[in-house]
Design a protein around this ligand. Structure first.
Ligand SMILES: [Mg+2]
Length: 99
């Protein structure tokens, strides 16, 4: 399965790893949605979460949000987190669930 060139270098790895470590969660790959919408929609314990994947292997300047992503993050009245790994998604979910 190939991914559009617009996805980050670690996108496929993050998706596959997350599905492995948290099979009790749902993951929808929304990386083709466009308009700054986050890469991943995750359902866990009855709630939905949005995550934007960025590649830690890139220089910080190449890792920053696109203009469309910045706009989306600012305008969205809900949760959205930038993550770099499957472990970071799991940690964020655990943290959010404690609130
Ligand atoms: Mg991304």
């Amino acid at each position: 399965m190939s991914y559009a060139k617009r996805t980050d270098g670690n996108h496929k790895e993050v998706v596959e790893e997350f599905r492995k470590v948290m099979p009790e969660a749902s993951l929808f790959d929304a990386s083709g949605a466009g308009k700054g919408f986050p890469d991943l929609v995750i359902g866990w314990q009855g709630k939905n979460y949005l995550f934007e994947v960025k590649d830690p292997a890139k220089y910080p300047s190449a890792r920053s949000l696109t203009d469309a992503q910045k706009e989306f993050h600012l305008a969205w009245h809900g949760q959205v987190h930038v993550i770099h790994s499957a472990a970071e998604i799991a940690a964020t979910l655990a943290r959010l669930a404690m609130k």
